[in-house]
Unconditional design. Structure first.
Length: 223
C-alpha cells in the first residue's frame, strides 16, 4: 500500500522540509537537551520552550518529527522509509521537494536516528502505550439520593438510598466511548483498596527501576 501523508500533516511537513541548516541545528540541539516523555504534546511544548522564538511553530514541527519517527518503526530500513516519504511529499499539495531540500532533510532526520535521541524514545514510548484495546480517558463519580416512597407518593419519603454512578470515558478503535456503573459504599471501598494497592506497586516498581539505573518514562514530570 503506498504511503500517504495525512492532510493535516502536509503543510507542517512542507515547513519541516524547508527548514534552514541553522534552524535544524537549533531544533536538534533542543531535542538533545530534553528528556523523553510519554506525552508527545508535552514533548513538543518542551522543544518549543527550548528553541524560543528562533523557530516558528516549533511544536507543530516537533509533532511531525515524532509522527515520522513513529512511522519509521514500521519499516525494515531507513532508506526504504525515506524513499516513501519523499514520494508522498512530492505527491502532496503543500510540499515542494528538490534534491537540495531533500538532502538537507535526509541528513538531519538520519542524524536523529543515529543519535538515539529523546525524540525517538518518546515516539516509541507513545506507540507502545497505545497497544491496548481500550485506553482510559477520564472518569467521574456522580453521587445522589434516591427517595423511597410508600404507595401514596404525596407522603414524605420513608427512606433514602445513596447511589454513586461511575462514568468511565475511554477510547476504542479511534472513537470515544463511555460506560456507566452503579456503585454502593462497599464498591467504593473496594475500588479505593484496589487503587491504593496499585499505587504501592507503582512506587515499588519505580524504586526498582531507579536502583537498576533504568529510565522511567511517564506522563508526569520525570522524578
Amino acid at each position: 500500500m503506498p504511503f500517504v501523508i495525512p492532510e493535516n500533516l502536509q503543510r507542517p511537513l512542507a515547513r519541516l522540509l524547508k527548514l534552514s541548516e541553522e534552524s535544524w541545528t537549533e531544533l536538534l540541539n533542543a531535542i538533545e537537551k530534553i528528556e523523553p516523555t510519554l506525552s508527545t504534546r508535552d514533548y513538543a511544548k518542551q522543544v518549543t520552550s527550548a528553541v524560543g522564538p528562533k523557530i516558528e511553530e516549533a511544536d507543530t514541527l516537533t509533532d511531525v518529527l515524532l509522527n515520522l519517527l513513529w512511522v519509521r518503526e514500521r519499516y525494515r530500513s531507513t532508506p526504504e522509509f525515506l524513499k516513501d516519504i519523499r514520494k508522498a511529499a512530492e505527491e502532496s499539495k503543500e510540499a515542494e521537494v528538490d534534491d537540495t531540500i531533500w538532502e538537507c532533510f535526509e541528513q538531519h532526520f538520519s542524524q536523529l536516528l543515529r543519535d538515539k535521541t529523546s525524540a525517538e524514545i518518546t515516539a516509541k514510548a507513545w506507540d507502545l502505550s497505545q497497544e491496548y484495546e481500550r485506553l482510559f480517558v477520564d472518569a467521574r463519580i456522580i453521587s445522589d439520593l434516591r427517595p423511597l416512597f410508600r404507595s401514596d407518593v404525596e407522603e414524605q419519603p420513608t427512606a433514602m438510598l445513596i447511589g454513586h454512578n461511575l462514568k468511565v470515558a475511554f477510547r476504542e478503535k479511534g472513537s470515544f466511548e463511555e460506560i456507566h456503573i452503579e456503585l454502593d459504599i462497599d464498591d467504593l471501598k473496594t475500588l479505593q483498596r484496589i487503587v491504593n494497592r496499585a499505587l504501592k506497586k507503582d512506587k515499588s516498581l519505580r524504586s526498582l527501576l531507579s536502583k537498576s539505573h533504568i529510565r522511567y518514562i511517564g506522563l508526569e514530570n520525570q522524578e
